[in-house]
Every structure is written in C-alpha cells, then in structure tokens.
Design a protein around this ligand. Structure first.
Ligand code: NDP
Ligand code: MG
Length: 390
C-alpha cells in the first residue's frame, strides 16, 4: 500500500490522481490532501478519501476546513508552511506535486530532503530551481517519476536504454488553440479563446502557457534537468493530434516514440506505480486515431516564448526563475483582461532585463528573485498602460 500526499488535490491533475487512487484501493491510499483556496472541494475529497491531514493554503478558509473535518477525525491545517511540513510525515511514501506555479517549489524540496518519492507534475519547480533540485536529489534517496505527458513518454522511451546512446529528445507540442492564427490576429485573441485547448483539459494557467507555447519552453527546461541532457539536444516539434507524446532519437538513428490518447491518467498511473505498468480502466488508443499523425516545425516568430527555454538555460543562474515569476503575473493579467496576448512575452523579457542577476542562487535567492520579479512584472502590467494598451 503506497501512502500518497496529493499537493493540489483540487486541481486538474489532483482530481485525476484521486480518481486513480479510488480505482486501485489495494495499492494506493491518500494520507495528505492540500489545496489553495477551494475549501468545499477539499472537504468533500477528505470525507471521501479519509486522509490523516488536509491542508488549505488560504488561511481565511481554515475555520471551515477544521469545523468540517475534525468531527470525522481528520486533522486540518493551513498556510504554505503547513503544506511544506506535511511532506515530511511518516505516513507519506510518495508526493504528487499537482500544485500550480512557484507554490510547488518548497513542498518538493521538503519532500526530497525527507527522502520521499515524487510524482512530478509541477514543472515550475524544475524551471525555477532545476539546478538546486537536481543537486538535492543527488544527495537524497528520493526518486522522481515524471507526470508531464511528454516527460513520461521520454521516460518510457528510455526504459532499458543506455543514456549515453541518446542523440536527441524530441518533445511534441500540440501548438495550442492558435496554431494557425497569423501574428496580427494573435494580438486580438481573448482569454476565453485561449482557454479552449483543442486536445487537453487542464487548469487555466497551463492552458494559457500552452497557447503562448511557454509551456513547451518550460518542458524543454524540465527535460534538461530530469534527464540530464544538454539543451542543444532537446527540440520541440509541433504535432497537432497529441497522440505521439514525445520521442527519443538514438545514435544509431533509431527513434522511439510513445503513443497514447491525450489523457493524463496514463502518465499519472505510471508515476504512481514507479514505472511499473498497471491495468488501465481507460479507453485504449484506436487505430482510427492514429490514421493521420502530422509533424511540423514550431514558428518561433509567432510564438517567441518558445525561445525563452534556450535563453534561460544559456544564461543560467536565476534567469528561469525570473521568467517563471514574470509569466505567473502576465498569465494571470491576460486571463483577467488586463493585457493583450503578445504582451505576455514582452512583460517576461522586460522583467528579465530589469531583475537582479544572481549567478549561483541558493534557496533564499530563489525566494527573493521570485518576489522581485513578481513585483517588477506587476508594475509593468499596472503602470505601463501606455506600452501595454488593450
Ligand atoms: P490547477 O490549476 O487545475 O490546480 C492547481 C492545484 O494547486 C489546485 O489544487 C489549487 O487549489 C492548488 N493551488 C493553487 N495555488 C496554490 C497555492 N498558492 N498554494 C497551494 N496550493 C495551490 O492546475 P493543473 O492541475 O492543471 O496543473 C498542476 C501542475 O501540473 C502545474 O504545474 C502544471 O504545469 C502541471 N501539469 C498539468 C497538466 C494537466 O493536464 N493539467 C499536464 C502536465 C503538467 P485550489 O483548487 O484551491 O485553487
Ligand atoms: Mg506536457
């Protein structure tokens, strides 16, 4: 029986993780559930899954959580530090990092320090502090199992292979809802249009990141740290059907690919099973869906966010942390109708230009850099209305 902490249990990945835990009651049990502010859903999940502890980040929701759960013998807590502390509990074997953005960093670090295995969905952790996290992992017995579908695909392609024979990782990208839109039309797209992803049902933040293709840039950074591969050996390839989840090219010219329906249940299940294959209850991929698989090069002129991966990895230091923080602000501002779609890229690059450069950041430097970049980006959103006009 694997005892699982689901960090971000009320989100897209979190709820799908709980579906899987419910499907395999002899293998998995949820001992800790955490959420941001959705107390109603956290309460109903807790009453169903009976964790030992439920934690809500939003302190104003604590009273409601405690009153609803304590009569049932389920402990309640609140705040980001209580989420991080819960990672160290003896009744946790694996942590599923299904929270969004920078909030994933601290719980993941605490889990690694406590030698817990990680099913890693929160890619921002590796974007923000990939070097630090990789270093911590090298001194811990915890293992990381990728949940992101592309990284799960690469992980599967690498099974049984000698890492020294890898030539290239090819990360596929759906291209998002605006794949065929010209640059002029892109300037006028709305958040509502951007939130309609053609293939995947995901949380709002990552759906916007998919539309700008910053999500793909983040996945290149994630792959660099997860698989220890040099950035020039990682490429992105647009594949609008989202059936081939990614590929690995080897030195003899062979390319291995992993195919599946666009359904996060498979990568989550594989991660919870530590790479062993359990029987799926989901519909299989039919040959009809494989009838037409197309691939094309991404257009970095219309989707310049993609280039930020290589710039961030080349610059090193805290650059990717700054990009992530600026994007969190710009992504939310676009969703709230405060800036235009192309402004997301401009705000990110302007923030990078203004932020303090740190060559070899320690944990406290990432905390400070994230705060500074958020402040700069927020100022750019609110004050520079002459530049970023609607
Ligand atoms: P959602 O927005 O759907 O869910 C986020 C979860 O995190 C919710 O439980 C939310 O709680 C919680 N949360 C948000 N902010 C905070 C905070 N500050 N402190 C604590 N908890 C917080 O996101 P997704 O499930 O879509 O994505 C989660 C992660 O997985 C992201 O890093 C994403 O990039 C990655 N990922 C997602 C995929 C997908 O298919 N969705 C695919 C591949 C990767 P509340 O509900 O209360 O707001
Ligand atoms: Mg992905």
């Amino acid at each position: 029986m694997k005892r699982i902490a689901v960090v971000g249990s009320t989100g897209s990945i979190g709820t799908q993780t709980l579906d899987i835990i419910a499907t395999y009651p002899d293998r998995f049990t949820a001992t800790v559930l955490t959420a941001g502010s959705n107390v109603e859903l956290l309460v109903s999940q807790s009453l169903r899954f009976r964790p030992a502890l439920a934690v809500i980040a939003d302190e104003s929701a604590y009273g409601r959580l405690r009153d609803a759960l304590e009569p049932h013998g389920i402990a309640a807590a609140c705040g980001a530090s209580a989420i991080a502390a819960a990672m160290e509990r003896d009744d946790v074997d694996m942590v599923v990092t299904a929270t969004v953005g920078y909030s994933g960093l601290e719980p993941t670090i605490r889990a690694i320090r406590a030698n817990k295995d990680i099913a890693l969905a929160n890619k921002e952790t590796l974007v923000v502090a990939g070097e630090l996290v990789t270093d911590l992992l090298s001194r811990s017995s915890s293992k990381v199992y990728p949940v992101d579908s592309e990284h799960s695909a690469i992980y599967q392609c690498l099974m049984g292979e000698d890492p020294a024979t890898v030539e290239r990782l090819i990360i596929t990208a759906s291209g998002g809802p605006f794949l065929r839109l010209d640059a002029e039309s892109l300037a006028g797209v709305t958040a509502e249009q951007a939130l309609r992803h053609p293939n995947w049902e995901m949380g709002a933040k990552i759906t916007i990141d998919s539309a700008t293709m910053l999500n793909k840039a983040f996945e290149i950074i994630e792959a660099r740290w997860l698989f220890g591969i040099a950035p020039e050996r990682i490429t992105a390839l647009v594949h609008p059907q989202s059936i081939v989840h990614s590929m690995v090219e080897f030195r003899d010219g062979a390319i291995k690919a992993q195919l599946g329906t666009p359904d996060m249940h498979l990568p989550i299940l594989l991660a919870l099973g530590e790479g062993s294959r359990l029987c799926s209850t989901r519909p299989a991929l039919t040959p009809a869906r494989m009838a037409q698989l197309t691939f094309e090069e991404p257009d970095t002129r219309r989707f310049p966010c993609l280039t930020l991966a290589y710039e961030a990895l080349k610059a090193g230091g805290n650059t990717a942390c700054v990009i992530n923080a600026a994007n969190e602000v710009a992504n939310a501002a676009f969703r709230h109708g405060e800036i235009r779609f192309p402004d997301i890229y401009t705000i990110i690059t302007d923030t990078v230009a203004k932020a303090t450069r740190i060559d070899r950041p320690a944990y406290a430097d990432y905390v400070a850099s994230n705060a500074e970049a958020r402040e700069i980006a927020s100022r750019l959103v609110s004050e520079n209305s002459k530049i970023y006009t609607l």
